[in-house]
Write a protein that binds this ligand. Structure first.
Ligand code: IPE
Ligand code: IPE
Ligand code: MG
Length: 247
């Protein structure tokens, strides 16, 4: 069965965010090291981007490394950074072929210099692509992002570039790492954990949350479409009554 046929192309989420979780448990289940799990995560990334692109989703954001993940064993952190560098290099031709515009959100300057260089290069080379925007959340923490935004806004107020009374939700939006992305409509988390883990707190204020037990390395196009179908079956009321929506 082609799950895509069950999707209403007029009502797809604009922005899907994914917490790619479960690599460690996937590997452990196979008697392998955690890093083996991370190394087997790329297929799921490819499948998700392809699935999203095929139904004309504008933006997809993948939580790849959190501010908290710096506290993992150094060996694992180093392996993740190496994987990031190698995967970006390896995927660049496909990003170009598929019109994928790459973006990054997070405290990018805290990444190793080499990772920053490769990332900036891929962002630069794909900047004219228009099929879909793929953002990698790297050294990303929503609280860090909000603190950073407040600092930038405060500086403008102090320098009299911004009137305190004029600060509104748009001001905050425009100072977040996601300033050029639409709000998140759908958030998917794999591996059965049901929490947000410091991901896009502001941007997910009204997102539909979808949790699946599938471990990230096993996540495929059909699982992505399951989430979109579930999203389309929900009634997004934004505080209104059900009757108001059908009026
Ligand atoms: C997600 O998988 C990938 C990253 C956080 C980098 P995990 O590494 O968290 O895998 P589990 O949750 O331990 O199974
Ligand atoms: C969240 O997963 C971060 C990423 C997927 C990159 P974690 O596995 O680090 O989150 P917790 O510790 O279970 O909340
Ligand atoms: Mg995890």
């Amino acid at each position: 069965m082609d799950k895509k046929l069950h999707i209403d192309l007029q009502r797809v989420p604009k922005h899907v965010a994914i917490i790619m979780d479960g690599n460690g448990r996937w590997a452990k289940g196979k008697g392998m090291s955690r890093v083996f799990g991370h190394r087997n995560a790329l297929t799921a990334v490819r499948e998700s981007v392809k699935a999203a692109s095929q139904i004309n989703i504008e933006a997809i954001t993948l939580y790849a490394f959190s501010t908290e993940n710096w506290n993992r064993p150094k060996l694992e952190v180093d392996a993740l950074m190496r994987l990031l560098i190698n995967s970006l290099k390896k995927e660049l031709p496909d990003f170009q072929k598929n019109g994928v515009k790459v973006n990054a959100i997070g405290d990018i300057e805290s990444l190793p210099k080499k990772a920053q260089n490769v990332l900036n290069d891929v962002i630069f080379q794909t900047k004219a692509n228009t099929e879909i925007t793929l953002s990698f959340a790297l050294s990303y923490g929503s609280r860090e992002e909000i603190v950073n935004a407040i600092k930038k806004i405060s500086k403008k107020v102090v320098n009299k570039e911004l009137d305190l009374e004029k600060i509104d939700e748009n001001t905050i939006n425009n100072h977040l790492y996601t300033f050029n992305l639409p709000n998140v409509d759908l958030m998917i988390r794999t591996s059965g954990e049901q929490r947000i883990s410091n991901f896009l707190l502001w941007q997910m204020a009204y997102a539909e949350l979808y949790f699946t037990d599938i471990l990230w390395p096993d996540f495929r196009q059909e699982h992505f479409y399951d989430a979109v179908i579930e999203y389309q079956n929900r009634e997004r009321r934004f505080g209104k009554t059900s009757e108001q929506l059908t009026e």
